[in-house]
Ligand binder design. Structure first.
Ligand SMILES: Nc1ncnc2c1ncn2[C@@H]1O[C@H](COP(=O)(O)OP(=O)(O)OP(=O)(O)O)[C@@H](O)[C@H]1O
Length: 302
């Protein structure tokens, strides 16, 4: 049984068509990354999944329950890390967990959950005084209460330091390994690339891709990333390289010229650099990153 199914979901806010007909299935037990530029409709989709807002049309099913008909049954089995979680003024981290545990009617140990997200030392401090990253860790601990079947994480890496980002990744993997489905939105593409089994890319309220990252690479044929160390200024040569057939991006990065291109365009790029008078000191090739793929799917989005 799929964990999440959206069929023909639209959402209209006045004149704004935030979602224009989303059909999407998230399988049980997968880690699913939900991507899109600002304003693409990610938060609107998540709000609809959680029954915080109604779709204008279409249907949403989570764990076999129609979200609009059985919202309570869905909430019971879903752990949520909302965007912009704000702690209660007067409660400590431990008290937040105790509250979430009671509300979910389970007997989890607050200390163990706080330890899991790296907040053990701050358990008895007022959560309103936590830093942004600590608040995000607390929100994650609350989402994990009761071993939910589905975790919905809206921008989970916001404010996290590199240790927090790594811990988040480990927790997502551990949750998947215990059998949970993880659906998360993110702008941190390296994070998505590291953990997601599949990704969906939303653009202006429409899904433009749903696939594994390797599948996306094949579809856009943006299989290669070429990094060229030039004797001169890379920006002098990048416009000529960008015009080569099969090249999707050509830009300076850390003094090198970095070119996103199809596998068969690599030699043409090197030839063109030499023909344009460039001196190649060294070069290396790698796979297109999720960032390259994201840009090629969403370029020109309003
Ligand atoms: N309550 C609302 N009233 C009017 N328009 C809204 C409302 N909520 C969202 N929108 C519009 O719907 C569109 C999608 O917004 P949404 O917040 O879902 O995007 P997002 O993909 O989550 O963006 P971001 O990455 O910036 O968080 C935007 O054009 C936004 O202005």
């Amino acid at each position: 049984m799929p964990a999440i199914t959206l069929q023909g979901v639209t959402k209209q806010f006045g004149d704004v068509r935030a979602l224009r007909g989303i059909d999407m299935t998230v399988e049980s037990g997968e880690v699913f990354g939900f991507l899109g530029p600002n304003g693409a409709g990610k938060s609107t989709t998540i709000d609809i999944l959680l029954h915080y807002t109604h779709p204008s049309s279409g249907s949403v099913d989570v764990l076999g329950h129609d979200v609009s008909e059985e919202p309570a049954a869905v909430r019971k089995r879903v752990g949520i890390l909302p965007e912009g979680f704000a702690p209660f003024e007067t409660m400590t981290g431990r008290q937040h967990l105790a509250y979430a545990i009671e509300a979910t009617d389970v007997d989890d140990d607050p200390a163990a959950l706080l330890e899991r997200v790296g907040l053990a030392d701050a358990a008895d401090r007022a959560a309103a005084d936590y830093s942004t990253g600590m608040i995000q860790r607390l929100a994650l601990a609350m989402a994990l209460v009761g071993e939910p079947d589905v975790l919905i994480l809206d921008e989970p890496s916001t404010g996290l330091d590199p240790h927090g980002v790594r811990r988040m990744r480990e927790i997502v993997r551990a949750e998947r390994d215990r059998g949970a489905t993880v659906f998360f939105s993110s702008h941190i593409l390296a994070q998505v690339e590291a953990v997601a089994d599949r990704v969906a890319i939303l653009r202006s309220g429409e899904l433009v891709a749903v696939d594994t990252i390797d599948g996306l690479r094949e579809t856009v044929d943006a299989g290669a990333e070429l990094t060229v160390d030039l004797a001169g200024d890379p920006t002098e040569i990048s416009p000529a390289v960008a015009a080569i057939e099969g090249v999707s991006t050509a830009a300076e990065r850390d003094g090198d010229l970095v070119v996103g291109c199809t596998a068969d365009a690599k030699l043409r790029v090197l030839d063109e650099i030499r023909a344009a008078g460039g001196t190649i000191r060294d070069f290396s090739t790698g796979q297109a990153s999720l960032e390259d793929l994201f840009v090629s799917y969403t370029e020109g989005a309003a």
